[in-house]
Design a binder for this molecule. Structure first.
Ligand SMILES: [Fe+2]
Length: 153
């Protein structure tokens, strides 16, 4: 318990952040490489301001979630793409989707971390969804912040 309190105190001072590239903040959103990579400029949680009329920038950053078929082992394919309606987020050395996280019923399942300019913002997972009610994707753009989308099953 003393060790946990000491780690919390160090984290509060930013001491651990300099040596720990991956951690979750108090909201549960991942701050991948926040201090490790200087190119990651924005970890603000973003929202579509008017869901009835999203802007191109909002569509480009909002994860699209596709629930696929269940395989013979009982795992369901979940595909996550950035962004929506054919407006795809770029992947360059200076501007890229740096991570995609998958949550099922609020529980973090996994994360994919991307190097700058190497791959588009896409991830696929095979997950057991038996009885699950919601699937959420959270994605980070190094410049435009953290965006999420959730679908009900
Ligand atoms: Fe972006």
């Amino acid at each position: 318990m003393k060790r946990r309190n000491a780690l919390k105190a160090l984290a509060g001072l930013g001491v651990l952040a300099a040596t720990t590239p991956v951690f979750a903040n108090e909201e549960g959103f991942c701050n991948v490489y926040k201090f490790y990579r200087p190119e990651i400029k924005n970890r603000t949680k973003m929202h579509i301001k008017n869901p009835a009329h999203p802007t191109k920038g909002e569509l480009k950053h909002t994860p699209e979630i596709k629930i696929g078929a269940k395989n013979v082992k009982g795992y369901t394919l979940i595909e996550i793409t950035l962004g929506q309606k054919g407006i795809i987020h770029p992947s360059t050395e200076n501007h890229w989707i740096d991570f995609i996280e998958l949550y099922v019923d609020g529980k973090k399942i996994d994360i994919v971390v991307f190097e700058p300019g190497k791959a588009m913002g896409y991830a696929a997972f095979n997950v057991k969804l038996d009885g699950a009610k919601k699937v959420k994707a959270v994605a980070g753009c190094n410049i435009h912040g953290i965006w999420e989308n959730e679908v009900s099953l």
